[in-house]
Design a protein around this ligand. Structure first.
Ligand SMILES: [Zn+2]
Ligand SMILES: [Zn+2]
Length: 185
């Protein structure tokens, strides 16, 4: 391949990346043998999409690999461009396998902003635990550690306590919440 061809190839690739937006570019090989994009699907999951570019591109469909556990079939014509790969992949990854998308997302506590409680004797059996309380208001559905929510409720003067249950309001939507306390030493 001579320089003129090579630079027209790279010009073409650059303008195709431009169409997608440079902010979506994760990596571009120096020899342009592959390009990697960050693709955010419609469920706001971030995927890394790698597209292999050999010299037959765009006459032959590029090989594509991504962090999805199922096969992505690219529809390709000689008029197709990188943005079509990204667009098709985005639609495809948004479908996802049914029923699992809720579980593969880390759920952070709305109060301490972490997924897991610190590992500390203070938290007893809940030490290092995941969020174990979800606001029942379906438009809120904020997740909390019951320990964090209990602490927060205790700091609010309107919170009522009955036996070992605190009654107050969700910090996000003000829906009534009730949290059992008493796991602390
Ligand atoms: Zn928490
Ligand atoms: Zn709420």
């Amino acid at each position: 391949m001579n320089m003129a061809q090579s630079s027209s190839f790279s010009r073409a690739i650059y303008s195709e990346i431009e169409e997608i937006g440079w902010e979506h570019l994760a990596r571009l090989a120096e020899d342009l043998s592959f390009v990697t994009f960050r693709v955010v699907d419609k469920k706001e999951r971030v995927h890394v999409l790698e597209i292999l570019l050999d010299k037959s591109y765009p006459n032959c469909p590029p090989s594509v690999s991504a962090d999805v556990p199922y096969l992505f079939n690219l529809e390709w014509s000689t008029n197709s461009r990188l943005k079509d790969v990204v667009k098709q992949f985005r639609q495809y990854s948004s479908l996802g396998p049914p029923g699992i998308e809720k579980n593969d997302q880390p759920i952070e506590c709305g109060i301490c902003y972490s997924q897991f409680l610190p590992v500390d004797d203070e938290f007893g059996p809940k030490s290092g635990g995941r969020t174990d309380y979800t606001c029942e208001n379906s438009t809120c559905s904020k997740a909390f550690h019951s320990v964090c929510l209990g602490d927060w409720l205790r700091s609010i003067t309107t919170t009522r306590q009955s036996f070992d249950v605190l009654f107050g309001n969700c910090p996000y939507c003000s829906q009534p919440v009730a949290v059992k306390i008493g796991t602390r030493k």
